[in-house]
Design a binder for this molecule. Structure first.
Ligand code: GDP
Length: 357
């Protein structure tokens, strides 16, 4: 799937750069453009992708300091400038636009849903938000911001692909090392997803294409992604169990939103050397995903790659009713209440955001 990426805010810019770098290093060429937008000049200076500084009249390049209402406002006021900046980058070949942001901060949290809304008005292609949820031990302001931003992004985007900052962090990681690990994990998993729709070798009926990714996400709401791999035998017949076990591992232990398995639809991409992929294994794994997710809409496809490993990449769509999301929203509402400012996550969604238009 050919994509154009727009990172908003610090985390958004870093993850966008990391995704663009992974795609380039792997030679996939699925990422057709990348732009980082921020209100903080210093955060943009660390990046080597194209950048756009917005809101200078309001914050003079110093960022919005965790105020996501201000982040939304700045994006709204500068939407035309950002869209102009994107004009030549979002060409007809791009199949989707992905806005990337940390939902707990200010610029990305407020700005990303707003930008998604603007992009949807103009472009006839799907606009996704790749949103990062704050970890459990981050402060109340982050939780409260993310609660509001999550609801708004899920409503405005064609799909909100969520990554929980607690999902892929190592237990002994410092905050900085944790971010690095999570960013690498995001770029590998999401980068492979984009690339999987781009496979050219071994094109055949079973090879996944972009429309399958888009159709999986078509129902909207919240989506998640997971991945696991294992060494494979040269003999496809011996890989039936390898495929089912990496699929189990991907779904049960590696999702970007942990413990959210019930879904409206899903996509299972099995990557590996076509000579090593067992059709029986792939079909068995797909049926297992149907059972686990309770979804009758589980698409499957291969991603031919020259590797001696086999990997399963899973996308779940429609996971917003999961316990995990409820739990997070409770945490966010509680944090919002004790912030003493906006008391209800809905308030931002309904009054602030709509009021801005
Ligand atoms: P903004 O610049 O105002 O949009 O704010 P940030 O992008 O710094 O957003 C803060 C949120 O993003 C917090 O929840 C952080 O945990 C998270 N965050 C910041 N930097 C990174 C990063 O490099 N990787 C990840 N995964 N999360 C980050």
């Amino acid at each position: 799937m050919k994509v154009v990426l727009i990172g908003v805010g610090q985390a958004g810019g870093k993850v966008t750069q990391s995704l663009a770098q992974f795609d380039y290093d792997m030679g996939f060429d699925a990422v057709r453009g990348a732009l980082a937008v921020n209100t903080a000049r210093a955060d943009l200076q660390n990046l080597d992708i194209d950048t756009a500084l917005i809101g200078q009249d309001r914050v003079k390049g110093h960022g919005v300091g965790g105020d996501n209402e201000l982040g939304a406002q700045v994006m709204q006021e500068n939407a035309t400038e950002v869209l102009d900046e994107l004009d030549g980058r979002i060409t007809t070949e791009a199949e989707a636009i992905v806005v990337v942001a940390g939902l707990g901060g200010g610029t990305g949290s407020g700005g990303a849903p707003m930008l998604a809304r603007e992009l949807k008005r103009i472009y006839e292609k799907p606009v996704y938000v790749l949103g990062i949820l704050p970890g459990r031990d981050e402060g109340g302001l982050y939780q409260a911001n993310a609660g509001r931003s999550l609801k708004t992004a899920a409503r405005e985007a064609d799909s909100l692909l969520l990554v929980d900052n607690d999902a892929w962090r190592g237990s002994g990681d410092s905050v900085a090392a944790g971010f690095e690990r999570v960013n690498d994990a995001i770029s590998q998993r999401v980068g492979l997803l984009f690339a999987s729709g781009e496979a050219v070798e071994g094109v055949g009926e079973s090879v996944v294409d972009s429309s399958e990714i888009i159709n999986t996400l078509r129902g909207g709401g919240i989506a998640s992604i997971g991945y696991a791999s294992a060494e494979a035998s040269e003999d496809a017949g011996e890989n039936v169990n390898t495929i089912t076990s990496v699929t189990r591992k991907a779904l049960l232990t590696s999702m970007s939103l942990p413990n959210a398995v019930k879904a409206d639809s899903a996509l299972l991409v099995v990557a590996g050397d076509p000579e090593r992929l067992s059709r029986k294994g792939v079909e068995r794994a797909r049926r297992w995903v149907e059972d686990q997710t309770g979804s009758m809409e589980v698409r499957g496809g291969d991603f031919p790659l020259g590797s001696d490993k086999i990997a399963s990449l899973i996308v779940l769509s429609g996971v917003e009713r999961s316990e995990r999301v409820n739990e997070f929203m409770e945490r966010a509402t509680e944090a919002a209440n004790s912030q003493g400012g906006t008391t209800d996550p809905d308030e931002f969604t309904n009054d602030q955001l709509d009021g801005l238009f």
